[in-house]
Write a new protein. Structure first.
Length: 302
């Protein structure tokens, strides 16, 4: 594992941003990892070790520190499932990976019966969410469907990073992840209210995506990946060095970080804004700093 205990996690990120971790995280990470060790169709012990080094459970605990304790395990399992499906799609070059993801998705949605340990796990995960809140379960299913539909890049080219970001938020599963935050905190935000805070949500999503792209770029080049990446877009449009392109992406990330706080402060002081909406936009500060920390320690981007 990359970390020995949650107590070793610092209070600030490398950029000086405040960092929090869920108080019930240690046991939850261990239990979730053990579950996936037993049920996921790893092709080798190397793949098992890789999952451990990716610390997917840690992602949940540092990006969602205010999730209700009784919902933390479900959130952790959902996030790990998302990342493993993404890894599997990448490893299988769209064929076997998408087929497995589609089967797990259909079992999770209840349209087919489970026929393996992994599928049993997906069905039980669905039942656990439905037991807590059927409305949340339905929306999580839709967000997972959206992620799966957008999990692969098409052949289109992006002329600017700004054009790329909305697509990347869908492709990276950002809406799925942030809906899990709302489920975990038991926040029911009406559609009209969410439209009022959507720009704040987008600033936070852009920040995490730009950081991930900057950190993962070297690995993508090393492994011959040619999918869209903010660094690659800057390289192609501004004809600069890799170092300069990364610096540009970092500057764009920090611009979105600042825009998040400016827009958030206006929203949370608006007396007409809902309490649930305010809780959600405040939680995004911790999601951003959690992504910062996790992106540096995970093996996924190294």
């Amino acid at each position: 594992m990359v970390f020995t205990s949650l107590e070793s996690i610092p209070s600030f990120t490398a950029f000086g941003h405040r960092l929090r971790v869920h108080l019930n995280g240690e046991d939850t990470i261990r239990q979730s990892d053990e579950q996936f060790d037993r049920t996921w169709p790893f092709s080798s012990n190397y793949q098992k070790t890789y999952m451990s080094d990716c610390v997917y459970g840690l992602f949940t605990c540092v990006t969602m520190p205010d999730v209700l304790p009784e919902r933390l395990r479900i959130c952790c399992d959902l996030i790990t499932l998302l990342f493993l499906l993404d890894d599997y799609i990448d490893a299988e070059k769209d064929i076997g990976g998408v087929a497995l993801a589609r089967t797990v998705f259909e079992v999770f949605g209840g349209s087919i019966e489970p026929n393996s340990c992994l599928e049993d796990f997906a069905a039980n995960l669905r039942s656990g969410i439905q037991f807590i809140d059927r409305c949340h379960a339905k929306n999580i299913y839709y967000k997972m469907e959206e992620f799966l539909a957008n999990s692969r890049f098409d052949e289109r080219e992006f002329n600017t990073v700004e054009e790329y970001l909305p697509f990347r938020r869908r492709n990276a599963g950002y809406d799925f992840i942030t809906y899990i935050i709302r489920f975990g905190m038991d926040l029911c935000i009406e559609t009209e209210e969410f439209s009022r805070l959507a720009h704040i949500d987008a600033f936070a999503g852009n920040y995490g995506i730009l950081l991930n792209d900057m950190i993962s770029y070297d690995r993508e080049v090393r492994e011959g990946e040619n999918s869209a990446n903010a660094v690659r877009i800057v390289l192609e449009t501004e004809h600069c060095s890799v170092k300069a392109a990364k610096q540009k992406v970092l500057e764009l990330a920090m611009e979105n970080y600042a825009k998040y706080f400016a827009a958030r402060d206006i929203y949370v002081t608006d007396h007409s804004a809902s309490l649930e909406g305010k809780e959600y936009v405040l939680s995004l500060e911790w999601a951003m700093s959690g992504v910062e920390y996790w992106s540096v320690v995970t093996a996924k981007y190294r």
